[in-house]
Design a protein around this ligand. Structure first.
Ligand code: PLP
Length: 390
C-alpha cells in the first residue's frame, strides 16, 4: 500500500475543487467526483508538515525574510533534478505564478500589443492577457501522429505581426501534457530572437516528468527569455501555501522588474510558505520521486483501461503534469450531450475542453493526482455511461 493510495478527505472540506456551490454552478450538480482543478488530493511530504508544525509551536510571527535561502534551495534543486545551472542573482520572489505573469506582461508590453499562446492552453492565460488590455494571439498546436507539436509555420506568421511582443509558453504544457524537447525550445528561442520577442515560460509543472521525457528550461537557450520557474505548488502539493519565483537572466530586464516588485512590496512572502518551500526543495526529493512513480503507474492503468474498455475515447498520454487530456470526438455527440454523459450520467467533474480553447468542446481534462482507486471508480462510471449511450 502506497501513501498515495489514501484519500485524505471527504467532501465536507472547503477546498475549491469539491465545494458544492462551485460544483453546482459549473457542472449543474453537487454530487460529482471532482477532477477539475489542478491540485492534489495527497498529504504533503513529512518534512513540510514538520516545518510547519515547528513554526506553529514557536508561536512567534515576527518579521522574517529568507528569500536568499529559498533561491539557494531552488537553485540546488534544479541543478540536481534538471542539470539546470542557475544564478542566485537572477531570482525574484512574487506572490504566485499568475501574479508573476500578469506583472511581466504589463512591464514588457503596452496596451494593444499581442501575446502569443499555444492553444489549447491553461485557461487563466486568456484572462491574464485580456485583463491587461493586450490581445490574445493564437498559435494553435497541431496533432501529428497522435501527438501534439508546435506549428512553427503558423508561429512565424504570428511573430511577424507588428503588435506581437511576447510569447507565453507553457512548459510542460497544461493541458496536453507535452514536455517541450531541446529541438523545439531551441527553434522557438531562435524565432523569438529573430523577431525580438520575449518568451515568458511558465514552468510550474517542471518537476512532474515521466520516464520518456526530459525537462529543459527556455532560459538555457537565450538569456533574453524569462522563466517563471514556478513554485513548489504543483511539485509538492502546496497549492495554498506557496509563492511564485521568477528567473530573469537579462540584467536590464531584471532591474526593471525588480524595481516594480519592490515598489509594490510583492516579494515579502510569508513565513509558512518560506520554510515549507525550503523544506520541500531540500528534503522532499524522495517523496516527489515516489509521487511521479505512482502517477506514471496510474497513467499506465488509465491508458490500458481506456484503450480496451472505452476505445471511443482517446487519451493523450502525458509526458509531464498530472493532467490527462481526453478526446471524446469519436462519440460524435453534440456538446450538450457530451456534458450530460460526463457530468450528469458519469457524475465526474472533468474540466471542459472549451476552457482551454473555444474549438475544443469535444475534449476534457482530468486531474489524476488522486488515489488510483478513485480513478478506477471514475472511469468505470464513464464506461457504463458510454456503453448505455450507444
Ligand atoms: C500552467 C499553470 N500556471 C500557473 C498556475 C497557477 O499558479 P499560481 O497558483 O502560483 O498562481 C497553474 C495552476 O493550475 C498552471 O497550471
Amino acid at each position: 500500500m502506497s501513501q498515495f493510495d489514501i484519500l485524505n478527505h471527504g467532501h465536507e472540506h472547503r477546498f475549491v475543487k469539491g465545494n458544492p456551490s462551485n460544483l453546482n454552478s459549473i457542472f449543474g450538480s453537487t454530487e460529482l467526483i471532482p477532477f477539475w482543478i489542478a491540485d492534489m488530493d495527497f498529504k504533503v511530504a513529512e518534512p513540510i508538515t514538520k516545518e510547519l508544525q515547528r513554526l506553529v509551536n514557536r508561536g512567534i510571527y515576527a518579521y522574517e525574510f529568507n528569500s536568499n535561502a529559498i533561491f539557494q534551495a531552488i537553485k540546488d534543486w534544479n541543478l540536481k533534478r534538471h542539470q539546470l545551472k542557475l544564478n542566485s542573482k537572477s531570482f525574484l520572489q512574487i506572490t504566485g505564478v499568475l501574479t508573476g505573469i500578469a506583472l511581466l506582461i504589463r512591464e514588457l508590453s503596452n496596451e494593444g500589443d499581442g501575446v502569443i499562446i499555444q492553444t489549447p492552453v491553461y485557461h487563466q492565460f486568456y484572462k491574464i492577457i485580456q485583463t491587461a488590455n493586450r490581445e490574445v494571439v493564437r498559435n494553435p498546436l497541431k496533432i501529428v501522429d497522435g501527438r501534439y507539436v508546435m506549428d512553427f509555420e503558423d508561429l512565424k506568421q504570428k511573430l511577424q505581426m507588428e503588435k506581437t511582443k511576447i510569447l507565453l509558453l507553457c512548459n510542460p504544457h497544461n493541458p496536453v501534457g507535452r514536455v517541450w524537447n531541446k529541438v523545439e525550445l531551441k527553434k522557438l528561442s531562435q524565432f523569438a530572437s529573430a523577431y525580438n520577442i520575449t518568451i515568458i515560460s511558465d514552468e510550474i509543472h517542471s518537476d512532474i516528468i515521466y520516464s520518456k521525457a526530459t525537462f529543459n528550461s527556455i532560459v538555457s537557450f537565450n538569456n533574453k527569455h524569462i522563466a517563471i520557474l514556478g513554485s513548489p505548488a504543483k511539485t509538492f502539493g502546496m497549492h495554498s501555501i506557496s509563492n511564485g519565483f521568477l528567473y530573469i537572466p537579462h540584467e536590464r530586464v531584471f532591474s526593471k522588474i525588480n524595481a516594480t516588485i519592490d515598489s509594490m512590496y510583492l516579494d515579502h512572502g510569508n513565513v509558512f510558505s518560506t520554510f515549507a518551500t525550503i523544506a520541500a526543495y531540500t528534503k522532499g526529493e524522495k517523496w516527489v520521486n515516489e509521487l511521479v512513480e505512482y502517477l506514471e503507474k496510474s497513467i499506465d492503468w488509465i491508458t490500458n483501461f481506456v484503450q480496451n474498455e472505452i476505445p471511443q475515447v482517446k487519451v493523450f498520454i502525458p509526458e509531464g503534469t498530472y493532467q490527462i487530456w481526453l478526446d471524446f470526438s469519436k462519440l460524435n455527440l453534440p456538446n450538450e450531450a457530451l456534458n450530460d454523459l460526463v457530468f450528469s450520467k458519469s457524475k465526474l467533474a472533468l474540466t471542459p475542453g472549451m476552457w482551454f480553447d473555444k474549438d475544443h468542446s469535444q475534449f476534457m481534462r482530468m486531474n489524476i493526482a488522486t488515489p488510483l482507486s478513485q480513478l478506477k471508480d471514475a472511469l468505470s462510471k464513464l464506461k457504463i455511461a458510454i456503453d448505455e449511450s450507444i
